[in-house]
Design a protein around this ligand. Structure first.
Ligand code: C2O
Ligand code: CU
Length: 504
């Protein structure tokens, strides 16, 4: 998930710049000798945008992240992995809207890394995409991210380097709204994940085996031991009635706040409490259906932005999606269940306000199959509704690809062969997402919060199911070079990414 430097563009700039080895050409945002001039991630326009974001008298919130190899206890199983701290998720970062965040990263990994601030409409040069907005942070190297977070909400951070997200490298960013009434008795941050690292394969090996299996099949093989490659025998089973093809990898564990379902975390409250739960799907290849047994959920926000409050029994979250839900707690012990959609297994946290036995780790609660919130059915709250306006520009992204060979494409091509989607500052831009594959794709746009057309929810990540087209609109008000990609990390690595490029 790095390398925006396309081969074609690299050749073009190498020729065009005639030996002027600037950071610019190294980062690849010069569109080539003949290409359009693009906004520079660290240029004047971006600096000006940041100045406009800054609130007078805003606080500076500082934090340190030290990605490093660790041994984690998932609640029984001990795994070797990479994480931002000695536990997973990484440190919770919290600031108020308009504050400046200053995060020092010290790379203790034996590999290059980066940190991306998923969902935050920040200055482009702090977006954390190696090859596009910065150089990678070398093993042993340091980097400081410094940006204003303009919009309140639930966000998260993770590397934008290869498939590192599928290790333990993720954490949550909460941006508080100084004007929000609040009134919650408690707030719980709940992070969902699919886990494989340290169980005999690393995510890099998973990716390699997906590619190899394709190679093997092409030469007349049978993908026989595919059970561990994720597919093979799994291919038929990893299907969801809602999503179609639901994933490429059958994970041994699904985690809630870093714990397997047999050893769940307990969230403690009192009967009658009103609690806000901030749900984050940090998984690489798994959507989750989430419910709290014996309770109704009121969905108040998706991807940080408010929606018309909607009562449901369950909510579906694709990779990279977040939701804030409010619950009024009953008396007893309950299961906050995150079922891996279309896969076998679930994550669990226990919610306890009184005596009683929580539901067993493997029981699928009835709530999961009742009224379900899908982002596509939620409405934006009035204050954040994107005003209706005809688009100045429409870009169509046809999503396709398959397991054999393992290749995922936008408009028929993989990332290194795709020309950027050009936009100009101030335009209303429509992205027409059309899924012509048999799997779902949670499509994510960096640096912007789009709106599902027709008054739909404001989001930065939206599930597109097979044979579906979904239109999203955004106002191009954050100049720079931004990624648009599938948040299935294996799909992104196998090509399903494109650059949304502001022209200078
Ligand atoms: Cu969480 Cu490029 O994404
Ligand atoms: Cu995908």
């Amino acid at each position: 998930m790095q390398s925006a430097l396309t081969r074609r563009r690299l050749l073009a700039t190498a020729a065009g710049a005639a030996g002027v080895a600037t950071v610019a050409t190294a980062l690849g945002w010069v569109g080539g000798a003949l290409g359009p001039r693009l906004v520079e991630p660290a240029g004047e326009l971006v600096r000006r945008g940041e100045a406009g974001r800054r609130r007078a008298g805003a606080a500076t919130v500082t934090a340190a992240l030290q990605p490093r190899p660790v041994t984690l206890d998932l609640g029984g199983p001990l795994v070797q992995t990479w994480a931002y701290a000695e536990s997973v998720p990484g440190p919770l970062l919290r600031a108020r809207a308009g504050d400046l965040l200053r995060i020092h990263v010290e790379n203790g990994l034996p590999a290059e890394t980066s940190v991306h601030w998923h969902g935050v409409a920040l200055r482009n040069d702090m977006d954390g995409v190696p090859g596009l907005t910065q150089r990678p942070i070398a093993a042993g190297g340091r980097h400081t991210y410094e940006f204003t977070a303009p919009d309140p909400g639930t966000y998260f951070y993770h590397p934008h380097s290869g498939v590192q997200l599928d290790r333990g490298l993720y954490g949550v960013v909460v941006i508080d709204d100084p004007d929000e009434p609040g009134g919650f008795d408690a707030e719980w941050v709940v992070v969902l994940d699919d886990w494989v690292d340290g169980t005999g394969r690393t995510p890099d090996q998973v990716l390699a085996s997906l590619a190899e299996m394709a190679e093997h099949m092409r030469h007349g093989g049978h993908g026989g031991h595919g059970g561990h490659g994720g597919h093979g025998g799994g291919m038929e089973t990893m299907v969801s009635p809602l999503l179609g093809g639901a994933g490429d990898v059958a994970y041994p564990w699904y985690l809630v706040n870093g714990r397997i379902a047999d050893a769940p975390v307990t969230l403690t409250g009192k009967p009658g409490w009103r609690v806000r739960i901030r749900l984050v799907n940090a998984a690489a290849d798994t959507a989750f259906r989430v419910a709290l047994t014996g309770h109704r959920l009121t969905v108040t926000h998706t991807d940080g932005f408010p929606v018309v409050p909607t009562d449901v029994d369950a909510i579906l979250l694709g990779m990279g999606e977040r939701a804030d839900v409010t619950v009024d707690l009953g008396d007893g012990a309950f299961g906050l269940v995150a079922a891996a959609e279309g896969k076998i297994g679930q994550g669990l946290a226990v919610v306890r306000t009184g005596a009683g036995e929580p539901p067993p780790a493997t029981r699928r609660p009835a709530e999961l199959d009742r009224r379900m919130a899908l982002a596509s059915t939620l409405r934006a709250a009035e204050p954040v509704r994107l005003p209706d306006q005809a688009p100045d520009r429409v870009h169509t992204l046809v999503l396709s690809g398959q397991m054999m060979p393992y290749r995922w494409t936008i408009n028929g091509a993989t990332y290194e062969r795709l020309d950027p989607l050009l936009v100009c500052s101030g335009e209303r831009v429509r992205l027409r997402l059309v899924n012509r594959s048999t799997m779902f794709h949670p499509m994510h746009v960096h640096g912007h919060t789009f709106a599902i057309t027709g008054g739909g929810a404001r989001k930065d990540t939206v599930i597109v199911v097979p044979n579906q087209g979904i239109d999203v609109d955004l106002d191009a008000t954050n100049p720079g070079q931004w990624m648009v990609h599938c948040h299935n990390i294996y799909h992104a690595e196998a090509g399903m990414m494109i650059n949304l490029a502001y022209q200078a």
